[in-house]
Design a protein around this ligand. Structure first.
Ligand code: NHR
Ligand code: GAR
Length: 221
C-alpha cells in the first residue's frame, strides 16, 4: 500500500534504462505527476532493474523463457503489472522494451500502453534505426512516442523529438543526441496520459479534448 495519491504507472525495460531514469527523475521533481509503481524487465541482467531498486522502486525480472509460450508469459506479466499497481495502472510504458507484445498485455492495457521508438515514425520501424537513417542520407532524425497497438511501431503517434543529422555523425553520436531528446518527450507524454489529458479514442489521439492530426513536435536546441 502507498499513501501516494498520484496515478500509478508501470515501466517495462530490457536494458540500460536511461529512459526509465528520466521518468524516475521527473517523478521525483514533481514534473511528472505520477508514481512509478513497479519496473519489469524480460532480461535479468538489465541495468535498469538495479537503477529502479536504487530509487526504491520494486523491480522484477519476468523471464519469458520460463513460460510455456508467449500467451502464458504475457498473461503472467499482465497479472503482475496489476498486482504491483493495485489495479490497472494509468500508463504502461515501454522504455527500451525489446519484446513484441501480442497477447494479454496488449489487450488488457489498450489505450494505456506507450512506446518510445528511436526514429521519426513512420520512418524506420524495427531495429537499428540510427544506422539506417544515416545510410539513407536523411537530413533529420529523431524519436517518437506512440500508443502501442497490434502492428509493430505503427500505433498512433503522440509526440516527436527532431534533430538535424550532422555531416560527421556516426550511428553512436546520432543515437546519443536522439536519446537526450527521448528523455524529454517520454515523461511529457506519460504525464499527459497519467493525468487524463491524452486519450486514444477510436484509433485517434486526443489531447486536451482535441484530435491530434499530427504528433506534437519538439526540436533539438
Ligand atoms: N508490441 C506491439 N504490439 N506493438 C508495438 O508497437 C511494440 C510492441 C513491443 C515493443 C518496441 C519496438 C521499438 O520501439 C515495441 C513496440 C522489439 C522488436 C523486436 O523485433 C521490434 C520493435 C520493438 C521492440 N523484438 C524481437 C522479438 O522477437 C527480439 C529482439 C531482441 O531481443 O533483440 O520480440 O523498436
Ligand atoms: C532507446 O533509444 C529506445 O528508444 C530504444 O532503446 C533505447 C533504450 O535506451 N527502444 C527500442 O529500440 C525499442 N525497440 P534506455 O534503456 O537507456 O532507455
Amino acid at each position: 500500500m502507498t499513501d501516494d495519491a498520484r496515478p500509478a504507472i508501470v515501466v517495462l525495460i530490457s536494458g540500460t534504462g536511461t529512459n526509465l531514469k528520466a521518468l524516475i527523475d521527473s517523478a521525483a521533481s514533481g514534473e511528472l505527476p505520477a508514481r512509478i509503481a513497479a519496473v519489469f524487465s524480460d532480461r535479468g541482467d538489465a541495468p535498469g532493474l538495479r537503477r529502479a531498486r536504487e530509487a526504491g522502486i520494486e523491480a522484477h525480472h519476468v523471464e519469458p523463457q520460463s513460460f510455456a509460450d508467449r500467451d502464458a508469459y504475457e498473461s503472467a506479466l499482465a497479472d503482475a503489472i496489476e498486482a504491483a499497481a493495485d489495479g490497472p495502472p494509468a500508463a504502461v510504458v515501454l522504455a527500451g522494451f525489446m519484446r513484441i507484445l501480442r497477447g494479454e498485455v496488449l489487450r488488457r492495457f489498450a489505450g494505456r500502453l506507450l512506446n518510445i521508438h528511436p526514429s521519426l515514425l513512420p520512418k524506420y520501424r524495427g531495429l537499428d534505426t540510427h544506422a539506417r537513417a544515416l545510410a539513407a542520407g536523411e537530413e533529420g532524425h529523431g524519436a517518437t512516442v506512440h500508443f502501442v497497438t497490434e502492428e509493430l511501431d505503427a500505433g498512433p503517434r503522440i509526440i516527436q523529438f527532431r534533430v538535424a543529422v550532422r555531416p560527421d555523425d556516426t550511428a553512436q553520436t546520432l543515437a546519443a543526441r536522439v536519446l537526450r531528446g527521448e528523455h524529454r518527450i517520454l515523461p511529457q507524454a506519460v504525464g499527459w496520459l497519467a493525468t487524463g489529458r491524452l486519450r486514444l479514442e477510436g484509433g485517434e489521439v486526443m489531447l486536451d479534448g482535441r484530435r491530434l492530426d499530427a504528433p506534437v513536435v519538439v526540436e533539438d536546441r
